[in-house]
Design a protein around this ligand. Structure first.
Ligand SMILES: NC(=O)c1ccc[n+]([C@@H]2O[C@H](COP(=O)([O-])OP(=O)(O)OC[C@H]3O[C@@H](n4cnc5c(N)ncnc54)[C@H](O)[C@@H]3O)[C@@H](O)[C@H]2O)c1
Length: 332
């Protein structure tokens, strides 16, 4: 079988993608783009016969089948567009882009090139808790779900007060983190979000160089009347973790970093079921592996092109609501 030739842009989280690809025998990493010379010449990469550059445009000329984009957020949209125009499949880190204008351009180029496969790295879908939760909701064991509550508690404030995130004009904590919960809830509820409202503050980053909101709370209204509240809380004095609570007419699920609880009764004497999942963590490589498989088979990737685009569109609507201080209709 002909090997899939892969290029990677950005060797932060991109180095994890590198490790995943290296283990897939029908893939070969042929090129890497990285600004940082030390990372570009790291021992790990030196042992391979790999083209190295600090200019991603050089990758476009290298007869590559797939490019993994793990550069800074502000570079994603142009890199996506250039790859697609050059007939290259794309796996891109979230967020796909940072403005509405960029998402229009991405949608347009993907529409013009329907053979191009495209996905994004929504890793929370790989956690046992969330797979289990989706399966019980799909089986309607919670009856009709009417309220979702998702918190992305970053716990790494220094990543936005210093470093590249602090330099992006109007950095969005919803695009940077909350979008994982938007994707997760859209995936689990399997319904369309029709409108959103959001507010926020920047109390945690007061007097720092970070000038956007570090806390954003959004209300997302689904087509069937169900509602989600998604919070991107980058100032939390906590370890990095996520909370997801789901309320249905027949049951309630509480997930935090401490436990997973299921309630099936309103009776105060009822003891909730405490579920323990062994190795209940995010499997970083699984979304990428499923995408790679979809390139050589009829198998669907964990995150489809449409899903990747839709969560971005919702996150952009949240940003729009923050600015305009009103409900925003989500325009897919
Ligand atoms: N899916 C997830 O859970 C997840 C987790 C972490 C980061 N990310 C995303 O991955 C991206 C990178 O974040 P990170 O944490 O790896 O940052 P990082 O700072 O650790 O690494 C990014 C690397 O990319 C390089 N780089 C950036 N833009 C480049 C460009 N245009 N050309 C060449 N090299 C470039 C930088 O020099 C740096 O070495 C971001 O978009 C971030 O949102 C996603």
């Amino acid at each position: 079988m002909k090997k899939i030739k892969v290029g990677i842009i950005g060797m932060g989280v991109g180095s994890k993608h590198y490790d995943v690809i290296k283990k897939i025998n029908y893939c070969s990493i042929v090129a890497i783009c990285e600004f940082n010379k030390r990372k570009l010449n790291s021992k790990n990469i030196q042992t391979q016969n790999i083209f190295k550059t600090n200019n991603y445009k050089e990758l476009l000329k290298k007869n590559i089948d797939l490019i993994i984009i793990s550069s800074y957020d502000n570079f994603h949209s142009q890199q996506i567009i250039d790859c697609v125009k050059n007939g290259i499949h794309v796996f891109v880190e979230k967020p796909l882009c940072i403005t509405k204008e960029e998402i229009y351009k991405i949608k347009k180029v993907l529409k013009k090139n329907p053979h191009i496969k495209f996905s994004s790295n929504f890793v929370l879908r790989t956690k046992k808790t969330f797979k289990h939760l989706k399966s019980i909701i799909d089986k309607q064991k919670f009856g009709k779900t009417y309220y979702f509550e998702g918190d992305y508690n970053f716990g790494r404030l220094e990543k936005i007060t210093a470093g590249w995130r602090s330099k992006i004009l109007s950095y969005s904590v919803m695009h940077g983190g909350g979008i994982h919960l938007i994707d997760l809830i859209m995936w689990i509820n399997n319904k369309k979000i029709i409108k959103v409202f959001a507010d926020g503050n920047n109390i945690s980053t007061h007097n720092t160089r970070f000038k956007s909101k570090d806390l954003v709370v959004s209300i997302l209204k689904f087509e069937d009347g169900s509602i989600a509240k998604v919070t991107a809380n980058f100032g939390s004095i906590t370890p990095h973790h996520h909370i997801l609570n789901v309320y249905g007419t027949k049951g309630t699920y509480f997930h935090s970093h401490r436990n997973d609880l299921i309630y099936n009764s309103r009776n105060p004497k009822f003891k909730p079921r405490n579920i323990f999942f062994k190795k209940n963590y995010v499997n970083q490589g699984d979304v990428l592996k499923s995408f790679i498989k979809s390139l050589i088979s009829k198998e669907k990737p964990l995150v489809s092109k449409k899903e990747a685009l839709n969560s971005m569109i919702v996150s952009l609507a949240v940003e729009d609501s923050l600015k305009k201080k009103k409900w925003i209709k989500v325009n897919y």
